[in-house]
Write a protein that binds this ligand. Structure first.
Ligand code: NAD
Ligand code: GLY
Length: 367
């Protein structure tokens, strides 16, 4: 299979996302990486045994010293305590300012390794080696790094761009089915917000994606990265346009925080959140019910949740609103939602609490 390259334009900080089969074993994958004495591979207890050796081998040809740190697995470990393990390893191994950090894993490893790279000695280079579909189509691209706080998802972090993103599609063959579906949520996201033709393609190729056909996965990763690269190059720090990539995330982050990190996968919460945001868009008169139904069928076809969980027995909608006021897009306590203003196009809007309550009530599972 061919290797595709998606370039992301940040002028002097531009980099390439490379996508293909068996990239871990291909020495060409490791070009354009800063020359240094030392590398640190950050991975976790699930991914390191699967792919650690395949990354370590080529890195030993490039770096005099290759250190490794293996983090505990899971969204519930995306916190300060786990981040400290990366700093401990960097310091114990006397890693200097040139040290290149390699994030080998899903979005949790990528966000934490990237944040450690942003902070260590005020910034060292890092490379994303994403091994989940979600990380290949979204989290490894664009430089958002960080950790969760018990009161809010991804609340502590930094913008720090990687030097290269290496998407080895072969790694997706070992993903759990539930994780594949969670990744497809972020693939689906790009259709309603930016490219209706891509939504058509996803619908037509759903079976091939679910069966992990390499050519279908390759196209999905490439098209997703192309859309994301265009958006983040235009608005790196999310002063406007980039917020559209958060379609479904305002509701979704409330679900993740409200249930406790790791109860629902990020992609599951985003899928359900997209349906809530689509319903809100409908209630605001922006899209019709046929579009909401179309998105619902797509989410259902992937096996992702179409009904939201209840977060409080007493005042469920109130709890959602409380959590969503913590969202990074909120301004002066007013929640701002990414809405679909026409199929294939998104924008940010506030909405009256009463309307949002109605949408939450309509989307939540009955007690
Ligand atoms: P994850 O990193 O927890 O990975 C999912 C599970 O799959 C984990 O158990 C992991 O160990 C395992 N795994 C990883 N690769 C595997 C492989 N090839 N084979 C078998 N198992 C494998 O979750 P995720 O869905 O990749 O990422 C979710 C995280 O990404 C969330 O914390 C979310 O906030 C973040 N995120 C960040 C951005 C961003 O722009 N920075 C964007 C979207 C999501
Ligand atoms: N995943 C949203 C963003 O990168 O902005």
């Amino acid at each position: 299979m061919n290797v595709s390259t998606v370039a992301i334009d940040f002028q002097a900080r531009s980099y390439n996302i490379i996508i293909g089969a068996s990239l871990l074993d291909d020495p060409a994958s490791y070009s354009e990486i800063p020359v240094a004495q030392t590398a640190l591979i950050v991975s976790n207890t699930v991914v390191a045994p699967l792919y650690g050796a395949r990354l370590r081998g080529p890195l030993r040809d490039l770096f005099a010293k290759v250190h490794e740190v293996t983090l505990p697995d899971g969204e519930q470990c995306k916190n300060w305590q786990t981040l400290e393990l990366i700093f401990d390893s960097l310091l114990h191994n006397n890693c200097d300012r040139g040290t290149v950090i390699f994030a080998l894993g899903g979005g949790v490893v990528g966000d934490m390794a990237g944040f450690a790279a942003a902070c260590y000695m005020r910034g060292v280079p890092f490379v994303q080696v994403p091994t989940t579909l979600l990380a290949q189509v979204d989290s490894s691209v664009g430089g958002k790094t960080g950790i969760n706080h018990p009161l809010g998802k991804n609340m502590i972090g930094a913008f720090h761009q990687p030097r290269r993103v290496i998407c080895d599609l072969g790694t997706l063959q070992t993903l759990a089915t539930r994780e594949l579906s969670a990744g497809l949520a972020e693939v689906i996201k790009y259709g309603p917000i930016a490219d209706l033709g891509f939504m058509d393609w996803i619908e037509a190729n759903m079976q091939a994606l679910m069966q992990r056909e390499p050519s279908a996965l390759g196209y999905a990763v490439r098209r997703s990265c192309e859309i994301k690269a265009r958006v983040v190059a235009a608005d790196e720090r999310e002063s406007g346009l980039r917020a559209i990539l958060n379609f479904g995330h305002t509701f979704g982050h409330a679900i993740e925080t409200g249930l406790g990190y790791g109860q629902w996968l990020h992609g599951e919460a985003v899928a359900c959140g997209m349906l809530m945001a689509a319903r809100l868009s409908q209630r605001l008169g922006l899209v019709d019910s046929a579009f909401v139904q179309r998105l619902t069928l797509l989410v259902q076809a992937v096996g992702l949740p179409t009904h939201a969980p209840r977060l409080s027995a007493a005042d469920n909608a109130g709890r959602y609103l409380e959590l969503m006021r913590m969202d990074k897009k909120a301004q002066a306590g007013a929640i701002r939602f990414v809405v679909i203003d026409a199929p294939g196009s998104a924008s940010m809007q506030s909405a009256p609490d009463a309307l949002v309550r109605e949408v939450i009530d309509a989307c939540c599972v009955a007690p």
